[in-house]
Design a binder for this molecule. Structure first.
Ligand code: ADP
Ligand code: ZN
Length: 300
């Protein structure tokens, strides 16, 4: 019998739930808007119950969540969404109700740590022990695998909020982040593009000046990540990266900024295989939740 995982991609606007064993075997899926914690978690549990009735028991459940979250199993608030500005969701226990309902191991992490784990298990970072995944969408988030394990520390990385150099002559826009103004997310996430130019980024033409500026900021952030973590691959997903022409611009700009300092063929000769789109397309999140379930069972 196949081992079945329950996966939950808990996003700020929608929840995606699925049951299956991997990318080629997703047996059932549901998506619904993120309303109140009580209602949204009840729908999640109802979906998994229904699937268990039809397909049999889940071996484990994995949750990749919007955050900030508490991913420390030793903490009394493990499995909670913590200081989120999203109304009603501050200090919400996500893992507790799932554990109580199904009595199986529940893996829990940030959405982007889930995504990098999914990409390492089945996607563009398969077999790599050191990889980073970024989503550039409504916000910017980064997840990392280091030496084969997801990166945690005091809490979890917040790579989307790293500080970059902004040249006010080239870019007078002061940034969109409520905490830091012109941090990376403040400069480069979808809402920053919309606010800087007054229309949604989806409507910009290929020759819009936004794209070279965007590539410049993304490349600065990636240079920092390359210098700090030395990942073996960097995966860029999220709505804004739906603009595939950004990849070659980012490749060139990363090489220009690093200026030959990191002497490795992956960067000097094969950068288009080093900074890549998700191998799982838009499914990194939900398959990442399966991978978190698998890891939770292995760690139990
Ligand atoms: P979320 O981050 O909320 O999960 P997305 O990754 O789809 O969702 O990101 C949504 C943001 O990305 C919005 O700000 C939107 O304007 C922008 N976006 C979505 N699709 C595109 C596109 N094809 N080109 C440029 N920007 C896009
Ligand atoms: Zn910030």
């Amino acid at each position: 019998m196949t081992t079945l995982w329950g996966g939950l991609e808990a996003g700020g606007t929608k929840f995606v739930c699925a049951v299956g064993s991997g990318p080629d075997d997703i047996r059932a899926e549901a998506r619904f808007p993120t309303t109140t914690p009580a209602e949204t978690l009840a729908r999640t549990i109802a979906f998994f119950r229904e699937q268990v009735d039809q397909l049999g028991p889940l071996a484990a459940i994995g949750v990749g969540s919007f955050g900030p979250v508490d991913p420390d199993p030793a903490s009394p608030h493990y499995g909670y969404i913590t200081t989120t500005p999203k109304p009603g969701w501050k200090n919400t226990d996500v893992v507790g109700p799932l554990r109580a309902a199904f009595g199986v191991p529940v893996g829990f992490d940030t959405d982007v740590n889930g995504a990098v784990l999914g990409e390492a298990r089945w996607g563009a970072a398969r077999g790599l022990a050191n990889a980073v995944y970024f989503t550039i969408g409504t916000g910017i988030g980064g997840g990392a695998i280091l030496n084969g394990r997801l990166a945690h520390g005091l809490v979890h990385p917040e790579m989307g909020h790293m500080l970059l150099r902004r040249d006010p002559a080239r870019d007078p826009y002061v940034g969109h982040c409520p905490y830091h103004g012109d941090c990376w997310e403040g400069l480069s996430a979808g809402p920053a593009l919309e606010e800087r130019y007054g229309v949604k980024a989806e409507t910009f033409g290929l020759d819009h000046p936004a794209w070279d500026l965007e590539a410049h900021y993304v490349a600065q952030a990636l240079m920092n990540v390359i210098c700090v973590l030395s990942p073996e691959r960097i995966i860029l997903g999220g709505g804004v990266m739906g603009q595939a022409h950004l990849f070659p611009r980012i490749h060139r700009e990363v090489q220009t900024l690093l200026n030959g300092y990191v002497q490795h063929a992956a960067i000097l000769e094969r950068i288009s295989e080093y900074i890549v789109a998700p191998g799982l397309g838009t499914r990194s999140g939900i398959l990442g939740a399966f991978a978190l379930a698998e890891q939770a069972l292995a760690d139990a």
